[in-house]
Design a protein. Structure first.
Length: 195
């Protein structure tokens, strides 16, 4: 990490703090994208199953990819086994629980996204029947579909929010244990205290 220290020496202490924290967060954003999208296999997508046997191993594999990345990132920056293992376990646990809440057909997984065509049908091209009871059923189905779509996107947003908070906590812990920060902690605390 000598190249990193020489690069950082160009900046003030406060700028260095910001650059380091920003760099660690960019690495975590990249990790999250890779683990949640390109590296999520069809097997891992079985995490949406109904029974324990159907979803626990696929979800464990998916959360394990996140944990492996978190361990690698932490160890790369800190060279501390205990911190790296702790953060990997933290990421695995949060990812496992949050993704199960999102995927469970009994919890947030009961909401479904509408395709572009379905959205168009429900919002623009809805054919209303003449009979009043059929009208009621049509409007009720429309409202349920639109409500489910909205709740699906809220659930997905909440899932991503929790994962990003997890990554921010991990980035902060890694940042705190960086050797270049540990050796300069008293100096950095004085800078922060001067504000």
């Amino acid at each position: 990490m000598d190249w990193w220290n020489s690069f950082l020496s160009q900046f003030s202490s406060l700028q260095q703090v910001g650059l380091l924290f920003f760099a660690i967060n960019v690495v975590f954003c990249t990790k999250h994208f890779l683990a949640d999208y390109p590296l999520q296999t069809p097997y891992m997508l079985k995490k949406f199953g109904f029974t324990w046997e159907e979803w626990v191993l696929p979800l464990s594999a998916h959360a394990g990819v996140h944990a492996l990345f978190t361990f690698s990132i932490s160890f790369l920056f800190t060279r501390l086994w205990s911190v790296s293992l702790g953060l990997a376990a933290f990421d695995f646990s949060i990812h496992f629980v949050m993704d199960r809440i999102k995927a469970s057909p009994n919890l947030l997984g009961r909401y479904k996204a509408l395709s572009a065509n379905e959205m168009k049908i429900w919002t623009q091209h809805l054919i209303i029947p003449e009979e009043p009871s059929a009208q009621f059923r049509t409007y009720r189905a429309r409202n349920q579909a639109l409500s489910s779509n909205k709740k699906f996107w809220w659930a997905l947003g909440f899932d991503q929010y929790v994962h990003h908070l997890t990554d921010l906590v991990s980035a902060f812990v890694i940042f705190y244990y960086l050797p270049c920060i540990q050796s300069r902690l008293p100096e950095l605390l004085k800078v922060f205290a001067s504000f």
